[in-house]
Design a protein around this ligand. Structure first.
Ligand code: SF4
Ligand code: SF4
Length: 519
């Protein structure tokens, strides 16, 4: 029976954690409610597809019905706070922040393309790669998951055109509304776009013109794809920032979740699924990686059955994966390989490496790219597979190696997040004063908007910075070790022995990062 239900629930492929849940979720799938499947061919169903056969209630109407629903254990439903609820249920506050972000984004592109070529004096370089990149890793993701995606300006014009309106859906919707190709689903493309950015990272992070063109390219691509494909195809499958944020959002203490799945089972219209620009179905959310915190499902649900929960850190992690998909494991490994490579380039003492990464098109750069790709495509995936296989041998596991890799890759998430934060702290702290300087003179044209006439003093924080970095790497290691133990509970009596291979992988990674950062 499981198999039968599962077969018809492709939208849940990556959403369901355990057997019991699998059964109940499949029953809650829009296909299975009421009279079962109705006229949509299974292969055509995608994660981003609306349900064409259901009765379309106007989704822009405010919530009209309410029902007494209780919160979930271990969670604080922020949507029930009287002062916060109006700020979430109205689209205006979010729209105003997004318009502000869009203005800042366009200003950044202008500064990048027309401002000084000296990176340290250009708003685009300092604001994007020091201020925003730091805020993303130190605040947005660890405290709010994909909270940046909820205010990101990149998909805005495409979404407005697709919707035919800014606040509500209009009559003149634009675009072909095609389904994203099945072969390109998952996070493979996000990993690839991150790798491409990494190959050109030295130039992108230092040349304002390149940064300007990269931002413009992302903007154009997101808008163009919105006119071809349905919903947020760029965000779901291509955006490297989305891949990065989505993966580490699983550690964050914020989630949007359905409160009572029974209520959803009885609600045939599924207004939340129709309303969501990301095309995800809240009942099916297994973790927060695909939830862009747009809040549209909360606004659309007539049953008042969705919550914005505050929860313990890392709640999404530690469940065995039912599927054998490797795209998320690959993304996690690319993030580990990339943070190690970036640390070596930007904070290491090797001038030849910096030169090789910087001189795009030269012979040295080709060697640099080959090395970078070898780390990410061969060395990290190869070693991780080997260590997971060794762990399997130890406990005589009967699950497939692929499924084991998919499950065990969760330990890479806290390890990677802490490594990224430590790397960021290592190069950002000494450069914080530059943020004020570029606000004072965004284009490097000699303006004094804040009345600052000379360079601000740089405070030497290297000693405290090293202690913080070492502490963060340790937190990452012990967090991932604990997670690894949680994932093997019930599989063997000797938890430590079974975990030795994965612990060794994590330890080697942590030791190399320690050497690179504080060595
Ligand atoms: S996925 Fe990328 S483009 Fe989309 S909202 Fe998130 S950061 Fe912005
Ligand atoms: S969350 Fe609300 S709108 Fe969505 S299926 Fe459940 S009851 Fe219906």
């Amino acid at each position: 029976m499981h198999g039968d239900l599962w077969k018809h629930a492709p939208i849940h492929e990556r959403k369901i954690g355990c057997g019991t849940e699998l059964f109940s979720m499949a029953c809650l799938h829009p296909y299975r409610i009421d009279t079962g499947r109705r006229g949509v061919e299974e292969p055509k169903m995608t994660r981003l597809q609306e349900i064409p056969w259901i009765r379309k209630d106007p989704i822009d109407l405010p919530t009209i019905r309410t029902r007494k629903v209780h919160g979930q254990p271990g969670r604080l439903n922020l949507y029930r706070l009287p002062w916060l609820r109006p700020l979430i249920s109205s689209r205006w506050p979010q729209l105003l922040i997004r318009i502000l972000a869009l203005s800042g984004f366009l200003f950044t592109i202008t500064a990048g393309l027309f401002g000084t070529l000296v990176g340290g004096h250009n708003f685009a370089i300092i604001f994007v790669w020091i201020a925003w990149w730091t805020a993303l890793k130190l605040a947005f993701i660890p405290l709010g998951g994909r909270s940046w995606c909820s205010i990101c300006p990149i998909p805005l014009p495409g979404e407005w055109l697709q919707r035919g309106g800014i606040l509500i859906t209009g009559k003149h919707r634009r675009g072909f509304n095609l389904h994203w190709p099945k072969q390109l689903r998952g996070s493979w493309m996000q990993s690839s776009s991150f790798l491409v950015l990494g190959m050109f990272s030295a130039l992108t992070l230092t040349d304002p013109h390149v940064t300007g063109w990269v931002l413009l390219g992302l903007f154009g691509l997101a808008t163009g794809l919105s006119l071809i494909f349905e919903k947020r195809a760029f965000c779901s499958y291509l955006c490297p920032i989305g891949g990065f944020s989505g993966m580490y959002a699983q550690t964050s203490p914020v989630e949007v979740r359905v409160i009572d799945k029974e209520i959803c089972a009885g609600h045939k219209v599924k207004s939340c699924y129709q309303a969501r620009p990301w095309g995800t179905y809240p009942v099916a959310l297994r973790d927060s990686s695909a939830c862009g915190l747009c809040m549209e499902c909360l606004r659309a649900c007539p049953e008042n059955n969705l919550a914005v929960n505050l929860r313990p850190f890392g709640t999404d992690l530690g469940n065995k994966r039912m599927s054998s998909r490797l795209d998320e494991a690959f993304l996690a490994l690319v993030m580990l390989g990339s943070v190690m490579a970036f640390t070596a380039i930007f904070t290491g003492p090797w001038g030849w490496l910096k030169t090789a990464a910087f001189e795009i098109g030269s012979k040295q750069w080709v060697f640099f790219v080959l090395g970078y790709l070898a780390i990410n495509l061969l060395i990290f995936p190869g070693f991780f597979t080997l260590f997971v296989w060794l762990g399997q041998k130890t406990k005589q596991s009967r699950i497939s190696l692929q499924q084991s890799i998919a499950t065990k890759s969760q330990v890479l998430i806290p390890l990677g997040l802490m490594a990224w934060i430590a790397f960021t702290i290592s190069f950002v702290l000494p450069k914080l004063s530059l943020i004020l300087e570029v606000v004072n003179d965004p284009f490097g044209w000699g303006w004094h908007l804040l009345g600052i006439h000379s360079a601000l003093p740089v405070v030497d924080v290297s000693a405290i910075s090293m202690i913080i970095q070492a502490a963060l790497l340790m937190v990452g290691f012990f967090w991932s070790a604990r997670l690894s133990q949680k994932l093997t509970i019930g599989e063997s009596k000797s938890l430590f022995r079974v975990n030795i291979p994965i612990l060794s992988f994590n330890l080697i990674f942590t030791a190399i990062m320690l050497w690179l950062l504080v060595g």
